[in-house]
Design a protein around this ligand. Structure first.
Ligand code: MLT
Length: 316
């Protein structure tokens, strides 16, 4: 049996697969055409999110039994087609929680204190102290949209910084949210006018694409800060570019994009000096990459040895 490992998943995955007597083949991210050809020979595949497991790719698979996503989001996998073909889809629901939460707070602090812009200025040989007047997060309101593992950890850290936490998540228990000292809102329309800063932590699906549209952005306080370390398109990119360009939104820190990795095609590209963009780094810590690789490689081995996965996304 053979497992294909792509997208720079940690070496730990190959070690676990090989140790179980299953051959691990490690490759760079393949194109869709390459993957259609390659997948025929494999019983399992371990991916991050650069490799797209589409219906076309799944139609080419002959022996595939498991798609293991080294991370949380499965928006790069056609889970319906996989299920129809009897292929397990598994993920690592916890492995990168801390990494992404810390990254979100880092982005928010960098935004509030204009750290990347100041770094660029110093790098250009300047010493412009008065140009980079920032703002404090302590005492400000933070809207957390999506109160799952990552959203709730972000809220916990932000609370320690002295922020007031406002939550929107139709699936979160109001009593539990309020017991933590936060306020829960039933609609984004109620929440947005109250927030100084906004961060989103929802998966990308048909209900969350464009969750924050132009009218929602202009419904926020003028001068608010926006962070997206979840998925590109949850906050509409064109609308955000417009609100940054006309100064309604004071700054945004964006980790994720609709069309990754084609960043120069993104409506946000160079949209404003007050925009920080980084290349989808939320889960990119040494610790998180080891955790997610271990989580999913163990499940791949389990399934290929005839067992059931620990954290499946579908039912076979
Ligand atoms: C996730 O959904 O877990 C992240 O996007 C992980 C990744 O960067 O692969």
């Amino acid at each position: 049996m053979k497992v294909l490992i792509v997208d720079n998943v940690s070496d730990v995955a190959a070690q676990i697969v090989n140790a179980a007597g299953i051959e691990a083949v490690v490759m760079k991210t393949p194109s869709s055409d390459e993957l259609c050809e390659l997948i025929k020979d494999f019983d399992g595949i371990i991916v991050r999110n650069s490799t797209k497991m589409t219906k076309e790719v799944l139609d080419c698979a002959k022996n595939l039994k498991i798609i293991a996503r080294a991370g949380v989001g499965v928006d790069n996998i056609d889970v319906v087609s996989a299920t129809e073909k009897g292929v397990w889809v598994v993920n690592s629901p916890n492995g990168n929680t801390e990494a992404t939460a810390e990254h979100t707070i880092g982005m928010l602090l960098a935004l509030a204190r204009k750290i990347p812009q100041a770094y660029e200025s110093v790098n250009a040989g300047k010493f412009e102290r008065s140009k980079f007047l920032g703002c404090e997060l302590c005492g400000k309101t933070l809207a957390v949209i999506g109160f799952g593992k990552i959203g709730s950890r972000v809220a916990e850290i932000a609370k320690v910084l002295g922020m007031e936490i406002l939550v929107y998540d139709p699936f979160a228990d109001k009593a539990k949210v309020e017991a933590l000292g936060y306020k829960k809102y039933d609609t984004v329309e109620e929440l947005l006018p109250l927030c100084d800063c906004l961060t989103v932590h929802v998966p990308k699906n048909k209900d969350t694409v464009d969750l924050i549209k132009e009218d929602n952005i202009y419904n926020m306080k003028k001068g608010a800060l926006i962070v997206n370390c979840a998925r590109g398109g949850i906050i509409n990119e064109c609308a955000l570019a417009k609100a940054l360009a006309d100064g309604y939104i004071a700054g945004a820190a964006i980790d994720v994009f609709v069309d990754e990795p084609n960043i120069t095609e993104c409506p946000l590209y160079k949209a404003s000096e007050n925009l920080i963009m980084v290349p989808h780094l939320g889960a990119s810590t040494i610790e998180a990459q080891v955790k997610v690789a271990k989580d999913v490689a163990e499940q791949a081995v389990e399934v290929l040895q005839g067992g059931k996965p620990k954290t499946p996304v579908n039912k076979i």
